[in-house]
Design a protein around this ligand. Structure first.
Ligand SMILES: N[C@H](CCC[C@H](N)C(=O)O)C(=O)O
Length: 276
């Protein structure tokens, strides 16, 4: 099967974007994992499959598949890429779009400076959304992993996130602790693990060990979850600049019960096609 695609990136989080509206595309987990391979395939963090909307208030629906072939409920950097894609391909001329994923609906605005702002909806703390075995609805939890006790924030943006604070982002134990917490028994569906250094109340530095991928250069839902977790711990203001290894995102959250807004870039890298 010949699959045309567009390679895109959102501050270094990279995607294979497929228009599954114009031509139905069916890929199984093994094929997605092969396509994700950076030597034997296209190479990407996530595959984004754009589909016709599943309900009237959405303009487009997209599904997200991690590099290991697992499907995820949301992708913040991917949402900006999808918004840019449908505009550049002439699939819509709207300045404001409504996108849906399996777990979220969001509105997007194209800024005059070329950046895209996404209303990411409200963060969720219900245990069924952040698959935790914790009973209480606390904002932070203590979990033990390999003899060490970690204080974490647990937040869902439509996908599960675990956020812990570090003093120095450069030496953060992302490769050692990321997999341990991501696959911790408290997260039956695993979790994306954010390591957050608070620079000041309006800026953080963040590295994310992503479920189904490993450490990426940027994670949009991870940036949202980190600001939510930091704000709930009274460490951050409403507007926060999030410095990730691949670039910056601007996150705004007025507090519980309010929507999270994320602003950042998304760019096309190249067009291609692959026979799989
Ligand atoms: N690895 C994530 C999906 C991609 C999220 C990330 N790339 C973003 O920009 O939000 C998960 O399994 O929930």
């Amino acid at each position: 099967m010949i699959v045309p695609f567009t390679k895109m990136q959102g501050i270094g989080n990279d995607f294979m974007v497929v228009d599954a509206i114009s031509q139905p595309v069916y890929l199984n987990q093994a094929q997605i994992s092969q396509l994700a391979h950076r030597n034997f395939g296209v190479g990407f963090d996530q595959l984004l499959m754009i589909e016709a909307p599943q309900h009237p208030e959405a303009d487009f629906h997209f599904r997200i598949f991690n590099a290991d072939g697992s499907e995820a409920g949301h992708c913040g950097n991917g949402a900006r890429a999808v918004a840019k894609y449908v505009r550049q391909k002439g699939l819509t001329w709207k300045r404001e779009l409504r996108l849906s994923t399996n777990t979220a609906t969001m509105s997007t605005v194209f800024e005059d400076n070329g950046l895209v702002t996404i209303n990411m909806g409200k963060p969720r703390f219900e245990p069924e959304k952040v698959p935790l075995r914790f009973a209480e609805q606390a904002d932070t939890y203590m979990i033990d992993a390999e003899g060490i006790r970690y204080k974490i924030g647990a937040v869902s943006m439509g996908n599960p996130h675990c956020v812990l604070q570090v003093n120095d982002i450069v030496t953060a134990p992302v490769q050692k602790v990321g997999p341990i917490l991501s696959q911790h028994s408290y997260f039956p569906a695993q979790a994306n693990v954010g390591f957050m250094q608070v620079v000041d109340t309006s800026e953080i530095k963040l590295r994310v060990f992503e479920r189904g991928v490993g450490e990426t250069l940027a994670c949009g839902t991870g940036a949202c979850a980190a600001v939510v977790a930091g704000r709930l711990q009274n460490l951050l203001d409403e507007k926060v600049k999030v410095g990730l290894p691949g670039g910056n995102l601007w996150i705004r959250w007025a507090g519980k019960g309010r929507n999270v807004y994320m602003t950042g870039s998304a760019k096309v890298v190249f067009e291609g096609q692959i026979d799989i």
